[in-house]
Structure formats: structure tokens, C-alpha cells
Ligand binder design. Structure first.
Ligand SMILES: N[C@@H](CCC(=O)N[C@@H](CS)C(=O)NCC(=O)O)C(=O)O
Length: 348
């Protein structure tokens, strides 16, 4: 009797250890209110910008596209088996967090910078980074300004309110000891057009935003982006706190696009790589190891994302390089294996 109690204690202790080491247990039951509601609705509720070329932008027929839009399309491919099953909610910078908290949207994929305050105070969770950015300035070429060293006291700067942009500008000008006039707008097109009409000496936002907005100014060649980058703006998708399964689904829907690029899987070769004997290919494409089941999905989730949306490199090329918005090399947004800082935890 004593012996069998001892055995049971040992067995119990061993399984505790296994669980503690993360080796025990299966997927467990996966209960997500957001996932259930999304399936019931038949679409992903996606918060996007009010129009930012390359990131989230609607054409005349109301079709949304961009690298942020593709995060929501990836989630739809993962959970609803169809990347088209997304409803887009255009949100200004000022409105975006309230809209997410009020459940008007379930994913916010809108050039949003991950900061401590937003992470800690708003009841939200940033799931990753889909574009590493930094803030810059655009000025008219005719101004003769070549760098921020040419800034002078009393200058006016157009930008958007409710952004990190506004805060970084204040810090930057304080460091320079320059008084300036903030010309703030809730809508990005108003900030851009007011600058375009010559009513501000400079326009400031994330450098990707400057590149995108420059393309829609009446005469893009009449403006230059100054060389300085004054901040770190890691942009990424956000979800509400409190639904860890949904959080994981959104996080890994982004991660699998990046992992696919790293392992050479794209929308064109995913089918043939299903029979690859590379274990990484098998995991990503759902042939082995139940990655999808662990997320509370099915194992084809990654395959669907890659074939319907593309890997990260394909998405980047299509929306940012081929569109002419950021035609040069990817810089920080290159994979870590190619000298950039795009790096995701392993899909295993
Ligand atoms: N990344 C910054 C700035 C984001 C931001 O909203 N920028 C403006 C200027 S490019 C914008 O996206 N406007 C588009 C819109 O409001 O629809 C932040 O998270 O605060």
C-alpha cells in the first residue's frame, strides 16, 4: 500500500514537471469568445486607417489593400478559410483604440506604434510588428531646407493628433530648444493637404506615411523627406486584452507569413512544398505536428494564409515596392537572415 502511494506521488510529480517544462498536455480546450463571434458573423472586424497607400487604402470600388489589410486577410484565411471575409472599419488615429476596446473591431491593423503607455494603460495587446518605421519630416524643396538643422524658431508643422508623432515632435523640438506652431488634424488627408497648400513649413509623420502621402501630393517632386529619423515606430496589429486564444491566432497569422518567407515558402510553391521533407515546411504547411490544432484552428490555417495572402516578402513587394511607395531595399524590414530585423519566434 505504502509502495503504491509512493508510486502515485512519483507519477504525479513527474507529470507536474512535464507540464511545467511545457512538454505535457495536448492543446486543451480552446474557448475564445472573439473566435466564436467571428465565426458567427462570418467576417473579421478589422480596424484600418482612413486611407494610407501601401498600408490600408480603399480604391474607388471600396476594395481595401495594403500590408495592414493583409494582416486581417490572413486572420480571415486562418479562421474563416477565406481571406475575403473581412469587414473594414476606417478609423482615425484618435478613434482607433476606443473602437477596439468597444468591440467595434477585433483586430486593429493600422500603422499603430507599439509603446509602453498604449500596451500598459489601454487594456490592449500588441501581437507583433509588421513594419519597423521611424518618424521623419517632409519640406518643400523650394524652402532650401536640407536637414532639421535648418529648422527655425516659430516654424509651423502639420501633423495628426492622437499619435506618437505629435509627442515625438514636442520632444524633438524641446531638445533643439525651438518654439514651433503645431497645426494638428484628426484626418491624415487634411494634414497632408494643408501642408500641400503651403500652409505649414513642414509635415511630419512616420517615414512610411511620408512616402505614401508624398505620392498623392499634387507635385511629389516639389517635396523632399529630410534625412533624420527622430523616433522608433514599430508598427503592428493590436487586439483587446482578455482573449488569449484570439491574441495567439492574430499573432501567429502574422508570424506564419514571416516564417514562410524565411523558409522559402510562397503562394506559388506552397502546394508543391506540401510534399517537402523539410520539417519546417511540414509544420508551416500543416503536414505534421498539429500547429493549427494547438492554436484552436485546423492544420491548414498556414497553408491558406500563404496561398491566399502570400508570405511577408510577397506582401511587402506587392504593396510597398511594386506600388512605388518604398521602391528601394527593405532596410530594417528585411528578414534577420538578410541583414534586417524582421524576426519571429519559431513555429514549432
Ligand atoms: N504610428 C503613429 C502615427 C499613426 C498615424 O495615424 N499616422 C497618420 C499619418 S500617416 C495616419 O495614419 N493617418 C491615416 C488616417 O488617419 O487614416 C501612431 O501610432 O500614433
Amino acid at each position: 500500500m505504502i509502495k503504491s502511494i509512493k508510486t502515485w506521488i512519483l507519477v504525479g510529480f513527474a507529470s507536474l514537471l512535464l507540464v511545467a517544462c511545457g512538454q505535457g498536455g495536448g492543446g486543451g480546450s480552446k474557448k475564445s469568445k472573439t473566435l466564436d463571434d467571428t465565426k458567427k458573423a462570418g467576417f473579421v472586424k478589422c480596424g484600418v486607417s482612413q486611407g494610407l497607400a501601401g498600408f490600408s487604402n480603399a480604391d474607388e470600388s471600396g476594395n481595401w489593400s495594403g500590408i495592414d489589410v493583409d494582416v486581417c486577410r490572413a486572420v480571415a484565411a486562418a479562421v474563416l478559410e477565406d481571406a475575403e471575409k473581412v469587414k473594414y472599419f476606417p478609423l482615425s488615429a484618435k478613434e482607433r483604440f476606443e473602437a477596439l476596446k468597444a468591440k467595434q473591431v477585433d483586430v486593429l491593423a493600422r500603422n499603430t506604434t507599439w509603446t509602453l503607455t498604449r500596451d500598459a494603460e489601454l487594456g490592449l495587446t500588441f501581437v507583433g510588428v509588421n513594419f519597423y518605421d521611424g518618424q521623419g519630416f517632409m519640406v518643400p524643396k523650394a524652402s532650401g531646407m536640407k536637414s532639421t538643422d535648418d529648422f527655425r524658431a516659430g516654424m509651423s508643422v502639420c501633423t495628426n493628433i492622437g499619435t506618437t508623432t505629435e509627442l515625438n515632435l514636442a520632444d524633438f523640438m524641446a531638445r533643439k530648444g525651438l518654439e514651433y506652431k503645431l497645426v494638428g488634424f484628426e484626418k491624415a488627408d487634411e494634414a497632408r493637404d494643408t501642408y500641400g497648400a503651403g500652409r505649414c513649413d513642414a509635415y511630419t509623420t512616420d517615414k512610411s506615411g511620408l512616402a505614401a502621402q508624398r505620392t498623392v501630393l499634387p507635385n511629389p517632386d516639389a517635396h523632399i523627406v529630410l534625412p533624420e529619423t527622430i523616433s522608433k515606430e514599430p508598427l503592428g496589429p493590436v487586439v483587446r486584452q482578455g482573449d488569449p486564444i484570439w491574441e495567439d491566432i492574430v499573432r501567429w497569422s502574422l508570424n506564419v507569413m514571416i516564417e514562410a518567407e524565411e523558409y522559402g515558402i510562397n503562394s506559388g510553391n506552397a502546394d508543391s512544398l506540401k510534399s517537402s521533407d523539410n520539417p519546417a515546411h511540414k509544420k508551416i504547411l500543416g503536414v505534421e505536428d498539429d500547429m493549427g490544432i494547438k492554436l484552436g484552428l485546423d492544420n491548414d490555417w498556414g497553408y491558406r494564409i500563404i496561398t491566399q495572402v502570400g508570405n511577408y516578402g510577397e506582401v511587402y513587394k506587392k504593396h510597398l515596392q511594386d506600388s512605388g511607395i518604398l521602391p528601394g531595399n527593405r532596410g530594417a524590414n528585411e528578414l534577420w537572415t538578410n541583414g534586417g530585423i524582421i524576426y519571429v519566434p519559431p513555429l514549432r
